[in-house]
Design a protein around this ligand. Sequence first.
Ligand SMILES: [Zn+2]
Length: 175
Amino acid sequence: MPFKERTKALKSNIPDFGKPKACSHCGKLKPLNQYPWLNEKDKKVKACCKECQKKKDLEYKSKNIERGILNHARRRAKRMGLPFDLKLEDIILPIYCPDLPWIKLKRNSGTLHDDSYSLDRIIPWLGYVKGNIRIISWRANRLKGSWSVYELELIAKNNRVEINRIINEGLLMVA
Ligand SMILES: [Zn+2]
């Protein structure tokens, strides 16, 4: 049976299809096709509507990202012998990387990518403590490495001077 017809047939099999049901979450009366399946075989639907379920799933997923970051940090702190006093509420996920703001952050399952969430210790040796951490992109964190701000500024400044020299010497054609 084609997917569309199958879906239609399944929907028509929902008991009391026309009778609305109150969502356990938002309390709104909604027809049964607005509820996700609890058990498709027995034609049972969940107590909470699709819309609320979607919100709950998103919330759960996002809380899981934060929990994952926190657990990873705890293990790292132990391994590296660094102080750790973080709680779940300390892990705040920004939409964009604070250092490289054109990078929209996300969770990449498996390997790390440039746009993956990454926990930064602002002053690395201070450890994973309140006020010393933030979420940035993996790219920014990787570039920062274990460099001090002084070293990073010096490198950037010297490179800027050299690039300006190259431009002034006409070695680089700037349109
Ligand atoms: Zn609802």
